[in-house]
Design a protein around this ligand. Structure first.
Ligand code: G4P
Length: 193
């Protein structure tokens, strides 16, 4: 997505060779106009998939998912971090290991909001190692819901998450794929659009 790539080049910061900071428009201050274009693009890419729910994970995924949801006219469910395992309780839970933070955390979604009738699009801001997505997929599997696709704003193509998710046969669309960030210079993978 050209507009997003231009914005990353203009306002993104690269504090190290593997971290891209986009606090200026996505992760802290939010450019709602840009999010609106992102939402429209997700709709263009997934409109034929008959989605009835969007699933994301707190915190940064929520705003993106909510704006996209307006195009799909579906509700958003977000997984909460720091859930407690409650065996037999009213919660689906899954453990996620974050390489960035070097620790595991539990995510949870109430059984009231996901079930076998659901056709779900997962939306998130970043794809790095893919652990958060695997946790969300695990929750959908527990619910018997169908994963129709995954929409990501920024994929770090030099980390293994994208390859892992695509190798599972999941329909993954990333609006910008960063190929490298060596010495602060961001380059993108070529994509059809
Ligand atoms: P993974 O889910 O793909 O395995 O990613 P990982 O554990 O490595 O990432 C953990 C957190 O760091 C996630 O946010 C993810 O979105 C974010 N992240 C990963 N790489 C980058 C990056 O280069 N830039 C930025 N800005 N974020 C990155 P989180 O802390 O769990 O969530 P949130 O509360 O910020 O939404």
């Amino acid at each position: 997505m050209k507009l997003l790539e231009e914005r990353i080049l203009r306002d993104g910061k690269v504090p190290s060779d593997d971290i891209l900071k986009v606090d200026m428009f996505l992760n802290h201050q939010i450019d709602v106009g840009l999010l609106n274009e992102i939402g429209k693009e997700f709709y263009r890419l997934f409109q034929s998939a008959h989605i009835n729910k969007i699933l994301t994970i707190e915190a940064s995924g929520i705003g993106i998912a909510c704006i996209a949801a307006q195009y799909f006219s579906v509700p958003v469910v977000f997984a909460k971090k720091g859930a407690h395992r409650n065996v037999g309780g009213n919660l689906y839970t899954s453990e996620v290991f974050s390489f960035t933070k070097n620790k595991s955390y539990l995510i949870g979604v109430s059984k009231d909001y996901l079930g076998p009738e659901d056709h779900v699009l997962i939306i998130d801001d970043f794809l790095a190692n893919g652990r958060a997505l695997i946790g969300l997929k695990d929750i959908l599997d527990q619910a018997g819901a169908k994963l129709e696709g995954i929409g990501i704003v920024i994929e770090k193509g030099f980390q293994p998450g994208g390859k892992l998710i695509r190798s599972m046969g999941i329909h993954l669309e990333s609006l910008a794929i960063v190929e490298s960030m060596q010495n602060g210079a961001v380059t993108f993978a070529l994509q059809d659009c």
